[in-house]
Design a binder for this molecule. Structure first.
Ligand code: HEM
Length: 366
């Protein structure tokens, strides 16, 4: 598609697909013409910063930024390490275990839920609700799509009701967590509304969980399928941050994100009208040969790796330092505890059923 139809109108879905790195960066850096607003205003995250344009986006981002600076995130390091130890201890003597179930799923969920201020006892409910939101339909039949839409709405409603209750409690009894910070956050007389706090909490839960699960899983997968790479990292663990950046490019956990055209405009000769919907395929941009030499190869020696896995521009991922830290710590510990770890030959690799995410259903290792 990048060569033949880099800007393609999908007649069936009535959506423009954009595939090239250069075009996607141009769009992400021009929120005046390419808006982040969602067409569907009935879902709670349509009230959150990811779906907002300036000037409101700038105000809210300034408030929430404070909780996500690299320095603040470093303060979570001992807690993250503690959880990694606890989770990996459980499989220390197993001959075989699933990376997703053992660590890649429970760790980010536990960490983000703790940061938000949600009790650990509610974890399983979260898994169920977030999964019902991010999983795509199993096939393209009308019935399946209808069922999937229903389950997405149900997931959002459950999360919405849950957070409304939690916010009410924390208004009366503030604690050391993000919801309490957001309830009281104020800048130049500006405060967040209840709906905005709910939308932001749900966004953090979804954005901060499934994505990092996929980054951890994709990293283990990339390293175990490439023995020379794994040996290099084992010999020099300082290479890990660079290797994780290459995983972000090569197997991007988020594959696509939406925008809406605000003013009539043109892209590679195609006429885009105000109101048109666009999907930006960052998974494709990250394999764009015009931007990356030998883009289809995993290459630890890249001198520059300006991938778009965390987006770019004003909506650049708020949680990037957190997910990089979690993934780095997990991989360090896996290498240390299981130096002879290998992919299980008995299991096939099955990608998630999601049009927006790239991850694996499970990753069995021995
Ligand atoms: C935004 C990817 C982890 C919170 C984004 C965007 C991408 C992204 C591509 C830009 C969306 C857009 O421009 O429309 C990822 C990936 C992650 C990850 C690949 C893990 C590997 C996290 C974590 C958190 C988080 C751990 C929270 C703790 C957010 C938020 C935004 C965002 C709040 C919206 C920022 C804004 O609109 O200003 N993320 N994310 N993400 N991400 Fe992440």
């Amino acid at each position: 598609m990048r060569n033949e139809s880099p800007v393609y109108y999908d007649e069936k879905a009535k959506i423009w697909d954009v595939f090239l790195y250069e075009d996607i960066v141009k769009i992400l850096k021009n929120p005046k013409i390419f808006s982040s607003e969602r067409k569907n205003k009935n879902i709670p995250t349509s009230n959150s910063i990811i779906a907002m344009d300036p000037p409101r986006h700038n105000k809210i981002r300034a408030l929430v930024n404070k909780a996500f600076t690299p320095r603040t995130i470093q303060m979570w390091k001992p807690r993250i390490e503690w959880h990694i130890q606890k989770l990996l201890e459980k499989v220390q003597d197993e001959n075989q275990f699933d990376i997703v179930k053992t660590i890649a799923y429970p760790l980010p969920l536990t960490i983000i839920a703790t940061i938000i201020g949600v009790p650990n006892s509610d974890m399983d409910k979260f898994r169920e609700w977030t999964m019902s939101i991010v999983s795509g339909p199993a096939d393209n039949s009308k019935e399946t799509i209808k069922e999937n839409t229903k389950s997405v709405y149900k997931g959002f409603k459950n999360l919405n009701d849950y957070f409304a209750e939690i916010i009410e409690k924390k208004r009366n009894e503030p604690q050391d967590d993000i919801i309490s910070v957001l309830i009281n956050a104020e800048e130049d007389g500006f405060k967040l509304s209840n709906e905005e706090i709910i939308g932001f909490s749900i966004l953090l839960l979804i954005a901060g969980h499934e994505t990092t699960t996929n980054l951890i899983t994709n990293s283990v997968y990339c390293f175990l399928e490439n023995e020379p790479l794994l040996n290099q990292i084992k010999q020099d663990p300082d290479l890990l941050p660079k290797a994780i950046e290459e995983v972000l490019r090569y197997r991007s956990p988020v594959h696509a994100m939406p925008r809406i055209v605000k003013e009539n405009t043109e892209l590679r000769g195609q006429k885009l009208k105000a109101g048109d919907e666009i999907v930006l395929w960052i998974g494709s941009a990250n394999r764009d040969e015009n931007q990356f030499d030998c883009a289809e190869e995993f290459n630890l020696q890249r001198t520059s790796n300006s991938h778009l896995a965390f987006g770019t521009g004003i909506h650049f991922c708020l949680g990037a330092p957190l997910s990089r830290l979690e993934t780095n710590l997990v991989l360090l510990e896996l290498i240390k505890r299981f130096p002879n770890m290998k992919l299980s030959t008995k299991h096939t690799i099955e990608p998630l059923q999601s049009p927006l995410m790239y991850g694996l259903k499970k990753l069995e290792v021995t």
